[in-house]
Design a protein around this ligand. Structure first.
Ligand code: 6GU
Length: 273
């Protein structure tokens, strides 16, 4: 299993070429320990993913391992100093060269509420990249000059996970790593469950049920017990349209390819409201 610190992963149990390398730099590397669990940890064990978490304080040389200082121009809070970040990112670049590297620049994701909003389309895009680096800032953010410097060595992607404020980039990075890594072929068990899920085609998922068919007096919708696969597929499509219209009308507005049947179903839901 991955060490939460800067140690490389142990040798994979099977000889596999990693499909992606992920580096995370943080002052709280222990935060990222959760990535060892479940499917992501297994992919690391199988050698499909190379995952290294680095402690930013390993790249400081003063007695207090200082990573922050007060902002020029004044203002509240602290700013992360440029030099530890430059040294950490240079370490990641050198490490990449040691692993044969790719020809393209690695992608540097800087989690920040000021970034573009991460979504399923971006996750799919990033799942095709061979090396992702996450720079988890804390405090008010990172000195802009090291971000500008990094743009010369990395494909820079400032990313937000939504319109709210977190204390740092660690949790946001874990969200993005989970969303991205499960799209890498072979990392998640069942590829069909990838195509049949919310957001994959812009609609929310239909409601699902399992045994018993009567639970505390509540029946499973009868059509699901009918064995009529075409009718079940239509029912599920209708429930997806209904749910999306109800909860996320913004998603429906973006869909161009709704069928005649879909539009009729939507009109029916609309007239019932
Ligand atoms: Cl990526 N980072 C922080 N600190 N706050 C956020 C965020 C990221 N996305 C939304 N809020």
């Amino acid at each position: 299993m991955m060490s939460p610190m800067s140690e490389p992963n142990p040798a994979p149990t099977e000889a596999t070429v990693p499909q992606m390398a992920i580096d995370v730099v943080s002052i709280f590397p222990e935060y990222l320990a959760g990535l060892q669990l479940s499917l992501i940890g297994k992919a690391v064990d199988r050698g499909q993913l190379r995952l290294n978490v680095h402690d930013l304080r390993d790249f400081t040389f003063d007695r207090h391992s200082t990573v922050d200082d007060s902002p020029y121009g004044g203002g509240a809070g602290m700013v992360m100093k440029a030099e530890p970040w430059a040294l950490a990112l240079e370490h990641v670049l050198a490490d990449r060269a040691g692993h044969g590297g790719g020809s393209a620049k690695p992608t540097l994701i800087v989690p920040s509420p000021a970034g573009a909003v991460f979504d399923q389309r971006i996750a799919e895009d990033l799942a095709g990249v061979d090396h992702l680096v996450f720079a988890c800032g804390r405090y008010e953010g990172i000195d802009q000059r090291v971000i500008d410097w990094a743009a010369e060595h990395f494909e820079l992607r400032p990313m937000s996970i939504g319109d709210y404020v977190l204390n740092g980039g660690e949790v946001a990075s874990m969200v993005m790593i989970e969303a991205i890594s499960r799209l890498i072929p072979g990392v998640i068990g069942n590829p069909e469950s990838l195509t049949e899920e919310s957001h994959e085609d812009g609609l929310l998922e239909y409601p699902i049920y399992t045994k018993p068919s009567n639970w505390r007096g509540r029946e499973v919708p009868e059509i699901l017990l009918s064995g009529n696969h075409a009718a079940i597929a239509r029912w599920r499509r209708d429930r997806r349209l209904e749910r999306t219209a109800e909860v996320r009308p913004d998603l429906l507005a973006r869909l161009a390819d709704l069928s005649e049947e879909d539009l009729t179903a939507l009109e029916r839901f609309e007239s019932q409201r």
